[in-house]
Design a protein around this ligand. Sequence first.
Ligand SMILES: [Zn+2]
Length: 613
Amino acid sequence: MGKYKVWMRFFLAISLMLISPQLSSKDSSLSAIEVGNEYDIVVKNVQVFDGSSGKSFKGDIGIKNGKIVHIGKLQTQQAAKVIEGKGLYAAPGFIDLHSHVDRGMYFKELRPCLNYLKQGVTTVVVGQCGRSAWPIFEKIEDQINRWQGEGIGVNAALLVGHGQVRELVMGMENREPTSQELDKMKVLVREAMKRGAHGLSTGLEYLPGRYGKTEEIIELVGEIVPYGGIYHTHMRDEGDYLLEAIKETIGIAEKTDAPSHISHLKAVGKANWGKVVEACQLIKDARARGLKISADQYPFPISSGYPYRSLIPRRTWLGREEPTSPLMEEITRVFDTLRDKTLIQLYTLVTPYTPISKHHQEYLDSLSRKELLRVVAGSLIGPALTGGAENSRERAEFLKRMENPAEAEKIRQEVTQYIEEWVGAENIIVDISVESRLIGKSLKQVADIKGKSIADAAIELELQGAKVTPMQMSLQDVEYIMKKDYVAIGSDGVAPFFGIGLGHPRAYTAFPVKMRNFAIDRKVISLPFAIRSCTSLPAEIMGWKDRGYLKEGYWADVVVFNPQTYRPRANFTNSHQYSEGVEYLLVNGKVVIERGRFTGELPGKILTPKGAK
Ligand SMILES: [Zn+2]
């Protein structure tokens, strides 16, 4: 290249650099390079709910370098971007204390967490119920690096799951750990904390978490304390032994001094409705003694395991006990002829965690032959084995039995008894039916509309392929818990692929359901109190002193929503629908939703506890 050309290029580059600020002033997303503007973004004339349960006020919010620098009446509105907030409400971005979006977020497409952004959520706490990617599937630092490097829509705090730690060290063994095994678990928990975890979660109702006795949990929770970690627990029981489970949690907090947080507080099963009063009293007393006990709740009387159920018990439908799956046994027999190495290769064909990490390989190697068969057969075949009303052979057999009057009477009796013992016809709600007039009605109402007995109405619904949801919790209990000032929100939802599968609508709606249905429309709680439970309260529970309020010096996680239109759209009949009414959403001062649309920005950060190295 000649000297002349080199100089030309040099001049061209310099002049481009000089004019680029003028270019960027037209593009508000590049506001960080702006010189001269006092703010990057100003939200003006907006009704401000600052995150406390106090009164809202009208004002402006000035944002610079990701932080809120001024709030109130701004003297100057010189900003790269001005958002007109007239008629809109502004609140701190919502914080979801209990989320399972991490599984979906393994995939890049789901990393924006659009179903949560559309609700106004800016932060999630994941790795819940004893389940986290670390330590079996991938290293926590790999997860963090990938999420940070490629970007995430929301801020995320990661917990390390006790179930995963236990499974890596002891497999699915139902026994206490030896002292070496306990030491190994402690090392894994410590390692996770050093590398960015925010605490430990347990799923004491699940396997293998359930095998862990209280002493083991105390030992492991003790490991997170020096790092400023928090303990989140899906307790050992949420029904018949709810109170015992709460006492266990309080005991763990007492012994370890760790902030201890109860996930999805509720009383499951009709026989246990009302126990929430005593449960909340236990928590109140513990808090009065100075213990850091808190809880979260999703605003539904229905849990995730229960939507889209059948109305006829399996035994009645089949007319006999369920045979142990002969297909599964046959497949396991075939698999048993394969070498370990081949089994592991088969498993690697279906696991999303690829390539297999060192820890993951270590875990597979540690499995006994029987466990390996279980893992491989389960992951390959499990999802394919489904029965029910859509199984035409079973249906034909059932119809034949209904033709015999004595058999039909027996079926009716069994169905009646089942419905009564389940939750009662008035507490079973129709989700899906070919008769749209029945959707949302209780089984009792359907029977009345059709002029039939409960059993005949149930059988008719079942045969037309209807699906129902039993109310596992009472609405009264849900409201009782919601009014407590230590109960934050936790959606317990996932990041689904839009439109795929039947899911609990809470993944799309938990936040607007609480604000719209419980606060604005039914006034069970006030709107500022509802907002507090989604903002400053969860931030305080997690120990964050720079999020959860609209205050000067705080990170600019801000939701701006229209109080007229902010509402849930998904329900049990149509569970994949984005919520409406979030006009603007800022995560760390970056606009991720603008006029209701996702901008493509992924400014979320990984949040670690104070004291973490
Ligand atoms: Zn759970």
